[in-house]
Design a protein around this ligand. Structure first.
Ligand code: FE
Length: 199
């Protein structure tokens, strides 16, 4: 698996270049690296290797499988996060219309998802759930916690401290507001339309 470059080049407003660089070049890069490392370590076990010691309290296989979903979801969620940044934060298009219908107004949706970001320890994710055919906000306390299988992330809001401490200290609310001010709704719309099309 290859690392994806940052999908925007202009500086963001309220989120520093230094913070974004550490987040992308060190943390996200680390999840890509670990995903590859774990994949390589699993290879022999997937092809007739000794898995007789598999155990739910501790075993090599358990450690690898736990790390696998943590690292891989870390990759996918961060790619979704960076993918919708770099815009002007002005909601428009099919996604904004669908959210306004579902939540009463786009402002009501943003207020609700922001609150979900305050309630979570890792992620608040607007996802399209193709089974229910609806947009839902799900939260997770770690990359491999709280996700709903099949649901496709449209807007992923990282609320781990590493996403904001360098810019706003313990003030997560100001960070979340800055996140929305940088959302590229054109890209969010494209993700939404692709998810609905994949149904
Ligand atoms: Fe992060």
């Amino acid at each position: 698996m290859e690392m994806k470059p940052l999908p925007f080049s202009e500086p963001l407003t309220g989120l520093s270049e230094k913070g974004i660089a550490i987040h992308h070049d060190t943390l996200y890069a680390g999840y890509v690296k670990k995903s590859n490392e774990i994949r390589t370590a699993l290879e022999p076990l997937e092809h007739g290797g000794d898995v007789a010691s598999a155990n739910q309290s501790y075993s090599e296989l358990r450690a690898l499988k736990d790390g696998e979903t943590f690292a891989l979801n870390g990759v996918y969620l961060h790619e979704a996060y960076f993918d919708v940044l770099g815009g002007n934060g002005k909601p428009n298009g099919a996604l904004a219309d669908a959210l306004a219908r579902a939540y009463g107004s786009i402002d009501a949706f943003i207020a609700y998802m922001s609150a979900c970001g305050m309630a979570a320890r890792g992620w608040a994710v607007l996802a399209y759930d193709p089974i229910a055919s609806e947009l839902r906000v799900y939260t997770g306390d770690a990359h491999n916690h709280g996700g709903v299988w099949g649901a496709q992330p449209i807007i992923a809001l990282d609320v781990y401290e590493h996403a904001y401490f360098i810019d706003t200290g313990a003030d997560r609310k100001t960070y979340i507001a800055a996140f929305w001010n940088n959302v590229d709704w054109k890209k969010a719309n494209a993700r939404y339309e692709k998810a609905v099309g994949n149904r």
